[in-house]
Design a protein around this ligand. Structure first.
Ligand SMILES: *Cc1c(COP(=O)(O)O)cnc(C)c1O
Length: 396
């Protein structure tokens, strides 16, 4: 039985390798942090994690996770609406809404599920979803699961969005959907203009805060803080798996009727297990920390500025960014791979991206800055960029 498809799969795998797109996994033997240890015994500085606030191995979160284990056990063995809701889940949902200045929130196993389960309960074939072309895969999948008419506008292109909104005027409801921060460039969605258009053409707005929450805005409240539009966006999705501790978990937060209906109808919520108490209790602790101080955001923003300035001065071509994602443009696919390999030899872990992950001719090294980085880490990273850049004739 298996023989025929086995040959087919082997061929498929071969073609991925031939295209140079086969993804290998690097094995880490330490906790996540600014410095990590690999199974080769090498110690490297990590500049490619979504650990923006340095919370992935934070003692307070580890302690809160242990407290969750000790007081509420290991797992729930249930979905939320049967016997999988603890006081902790309700508390975390409330904290998320407070953080974003929204009315209510609902937890998911991941942001992938939040995005996968948000459209279908709210919209039908009478409605329209108007989505940025660079939106995350989970948004694209969520849109596919829903019968609404689909429109795609060019990344952050407001003239194109307006075109699509005009075409979609015949539909009952319209939702504009965008990532808050686009993960390959680090640019933010132009929320001021998006809200203007939403008003003009009678549309709801949904944003995915995954790379933005915790990072963007003076106190890390995300893109709605940056644009001073707290409470004005109807739907926000986000993850606990990036700046917020990096374990697992996602959420949708926004208008209360929307959240209430998701609790009734959203399939990844209804038919998938509750988040474990350790993760939930650490999440609560994390939002308490965010409410107390924005020291981590200050440090992250300082680090990002410092890195950007020094890299530009050294002659590197850097994309404009408003997040902790910095794209160092190399433009050549092979160069991006050689460059990343040479950086690792210098003890710096960064990833080179090229087509089809980014447009043709826009190969780059993506650097992710963290509040866990000290100045000496960042200096070491910049020095390595300069050394490798000179060796590979990229800069003088
Ligand atoms: C990472 C990411 C997700 C997925 O989050 P998980 O919680 O890991 O499933 C969704 N949307 C965007 C924009 C992301 O960057």
């Amino acid at each position: 039985m298996y023989g025929k498809i086995q040959k087919h799969l082997q061929k498929e795998l071969e073609s991925i390798k031939e295209a140079g797109l086969f993804k290998e996994e690097r094995i880490i033997t330490s906790p996540q942090g600014a410095e990590i240890e690999l199974d080769t015994g090498e110690k490297v500085l990590n500049f490619c994690a979504n650990n923006y606030l340095g919370l992935s191995n934070h003692p307070s979160l580890i302690e809160a996770a242990k407290e969750g284990l000790d007081t509420r056990g290991y797992g729930l063995s249930s979905v939320r609406f049967i016997c999988g809701t603890q006081d902790l889940h309700k508390k975390l949902e409330k904290k998320i809404a407070e953080f974003f200045g929204t009315e209510d929130s609902i937890l998911y196993a991941a942001c992938f599920d939040a995005n996968g389960g948000v459209f279908e309960p709210l919209l039908t074939s009478e409605d329209a979803i108007i989505s940025d072309s660079l939106n995350h895969a989970s948004i694209i999948d969520g849109v596919r699961l829903c019968k609404a008419q689909r429109y795609r506008y060019k990344n952050a292109d407001m003239a194109d969005l307006e075109e699509k909104l005009k075409i979609a005027q015949d539909q009952r409801f319209r939702v504009i959907v965008t990532d808050a921060v686009f993960s390959m460039d680090g640019n933010v969605a132009p929320m001021d203009k998006i809200l203007e258009l939403a008003e003009k053409y009678d549309a709801l707005v949904m944003i995915d805060e995954a790379h933005s929450a915790g990072v963007v805005g003076k106190t890390g409240r995300g893109i709605t803080e940056l644009f001073d539009i707290r409470g004005k966006v109807e739907i926000i999705t986000g993850t606990l798996g990036k700046s917020f501790g990096g374990a697992i978990g996602g959420f949708t937060t926004g208008k209360k009727e929307i959240i209430e209906l998701l609790r009734q109808r959203s399939r990844p919520y209804l038919f998938s297990n509750s988040l474990p108490p350790a993760v939930v209790n650490a999440g609560i602790k994390m939002f308490d920390m965010m409410a107390e101080t924005h020291e981590l955001q200050d440090k992250l923003h300082d680090n990002t500025r410092y890195f950007m300035d020094k890299m530009k001065n050294a002659g590197f071509d850097i994309k404009p960014t408003q997040s902790a994602i910095i794209a160092v443009m190399l433009c050549d696919a092979k160069l991006s791979q050689d460059f990343a390999a040479r950086m690792l030899e210098e003890g710096i872990y960064v990833i080179g991206f090229y087509y089809p992950v980014v447009p043709k001719g826009e190969a780059r090294i993506r650097v992710q800055i963290s509040a866990a980085h000290e100045k000496e880490h960042i200096d070491k990273c910049i020095d390595a960029f300069i050394k490798v850049g000179k060796d590979l004739y990229l800069i003088k």
